[in-house]
Design a binder for this molecule. Structure first.
Ligand code: AMP
Length: 274
């Protein structure tokens, strides 16, 4: 397994792969790797001859400097994790390597002012800016994204359609713990007590969804969602949206429940199929 920090070296190895006709799968991450990332890597390994993962905590997508500072980092473990999953290349660039002085940010124009975009202004501009750069550097055949970050997945779908017509996006289902919690790098920040609270919250959410009449429309479903969440300590959103276009139209069977809640200052997001 190679750990590469600069674009020049990366291109040397990628060119050697291409010269041999190998297909390349790419998994972008911010590190603190867990089995959710593992599932993306495994999918890429099944589909391609070579798999590259990037580990880059992109400051541009944090709208809160403290959140950036507090984001979990565990380099050594990440290297072992990738080794175990037979990753071929870890690309771990510095911010200077990704953003040369003249590099211009780009703006996201899709799925605006809803869900995470409403509560983290500028977040998706940072996401599309870094991905635009990483996709151009790596030029893989396929790229793997988790449904855990569903709005991001939809935005990336548009970025690829507009700017990277040769790249194929592969969505991967959310990997969950036995109790139904979506694995997340941020979970490692939860204390035992916070985790227990979060588990019972998730259990209640699953029960709430299970008890709904699946034939109701999203307006009605969201009235009930509002009622369910109103006493919760702190949340950004908790609502059903149409899974194909993130609108509030259609019936519950076509929807997912999207939420962003806080547990002692830690922001946790998920989306659940009905
Ligand atoms: P992150 O390092 O959190 O930016 O995530 C990198 C990629 O892994 C993104 O495409 C995420 O959607 C995906 N991912 C994160 N958690 C999970 C999970 N529990 N199941 C599947 N994919 C995930």
């Amino acid at each position: 397994m190679l750990i590469i920090k600069d674009i020049y070296n990366l291109h040397t190895y990628l060119k050697a792969y291409r010269d041999k006709g190998y297909s390349i799968g790419y998994v972008p991450t911010m590190g603190a790797l867990h089995d959710g990332h593992g599932s993306l890597i495994e999918k890429s390994r099944n589909d391609n001859q070579k798999t590259i993962i990037s580990i880059f905590i992109n400051e541009k997508q944090f709208n809160d400097a403290q959140d950036f500072e507090a984001y979990p980092r565990n380099k050594g473990d990440d290297y072992n994790f990738c080794e175990k999953h037979n990753v071929d290349i870890i690309f771990e660039p510095s911010a200077g390597e990704i953003y040369p002085k003249e590099y211009k940010s780009i703006q996201n124009s899709h799925f605006k002012n809803i869900l995470c975009d409403q509560y983290r202004p500028g977040h998706f501009d940072g996401v599309v800016t870094v991905l635009n750069r990483l996709f151009s550097i790596i030029e893989s055949d396929k790229v793997y994204f988790g449904e855990k970050d569903f709005q991001q997945l939809k935005i990336v779908e548009n970025l690829i359609k507009e700017n990277f017509s040769n790249l194929k996006l592969v969505p991967v289902s959310t990997v969950r713990s036995a109790e139904g919690i979506a694995l997340s790098s941020r979970n490692s920040k939860l204390s035992k007590k916070q985790m227990t609270d979060f588990l019972s919250f998730q259990k209640e959410v699953i029960q709430f969804i299970g008890n709904l009449d699946k034939k109701i429309n999203l307006i009605e479903a969201n009235k009930q969602a509002e009622e369910f969440i109103k006493s919760y300590e702190k949340f950004d959103y908790f609502e059903f949206r149409n899974a194909s276009n993130l609108s509030l139209e259609g019936s519950l069977v076509e929807a997912r429940l999207f939420y962003a809640i806080y547990k002692s200052g830690i922001r946790l997001i998920d989306n659940l199929e009905i």
